[in-house]
Design a protein around this ligand. Structure first.
Ligand SMILES: Cc1cc2nc3c(=O)[nH]c(=O)nc-3n(C[C@H](O)[C@H](O)[C@H](O)COP(=O)(O)O)c2cc1C
Length: 187
């Protein structure tokens, strides 16, 4: 089946917002991508799904590298700017600098990295494949850092959210009950 963009049922997903930086035929660029996921530990791989006509896709295919900058709670406006314009038409890095957003030079890739994020990962393109109406770019992480003082921005139902309180994992009593059941239903 096909599901339209913004269908109320798919709005139940909760994601990060990745600020994907790249530098290629369209120059330095940064887009917002909720479809940003860590998919392997060894090697460490991060996948991002991008529409084929976006400047980011062309930049990554040419340069074979990209940056993943996970937006923090205070970067909602940054995300909206990155998602509103295309690097085909607007120099978003310059716009963001005009909004006092800071960038730094990555040590392993040419694309600029966004300062003040929850996590920054520099990636070398490992593979890419057209899947449905997006291209999945899989990047191998070659440099990574995180700032635990910055809480990641949450994206859900087309809106930005903050993480709220922690919900406890199962108590020892509940765990004992679960383990008994798992023992009983062992295959
Ligand atoms: C919060 C948010 C999340 C987004 N997630 C994605 C995504 O996962 N994949 C995608 O292709 N576009 C996504 N977009 C839209 C792109 O950011 C938008 O098309 C952007 O203009 C592409 O920029 P570019 O042409 O400079 O690459 C998102 C936009 C916003 C605001």
């Amino acid at each position: 089946m096909n599901i339209q963009w913004n269908d109320r049922r798919t709005r139940q997903f909760i994601t990060n917002v990745g600020l994907i930086t790249s530098d290629g035929p369209f120059g330095p660029d940064v887009m917002a991508a909720e479809w940003t996921h860590h998919i392997s530990y060894s090697p460490s791989l991060i996948a991002v799904n991008v529409r084929g006509h976006d400047a980011t896709a062309h930049n990554i295919i040419e340069s074979k590298e990209f940056g993943i900058n996970l937006a923090g709670e205070e970067q909602n406006v940054v995300c909206s700017i990155c998602g509103r314009y295309s690097g085909r038409d607007v120099d978003k890095v310059a716009v963001l600098k005009g909004m006092d957003v800071k960038f730094y030079n990555g040590s392993k890739i040419k694309a600029p990295m966004v300062s003040g994020c929850a996590m920054n990962a520099e990636c070398k393109l490992q593979r890419y494949e057209e899947i449905g109406d997006h291209i999945m770019f899989v990047g191998e992480v070659v440099e990574i850092s995180a700032d635990e003082n910055v809480k990641p921005l949450v994206y859900h139902n087309g809106k930005y959210w903050m993480l709220r309180e922690i919900i406890e994992k199962p108590s020892p009593d509940v765990l004992t009950k679960i383990e008994k059941l798992a023992e009983q239903f062992k295959k």
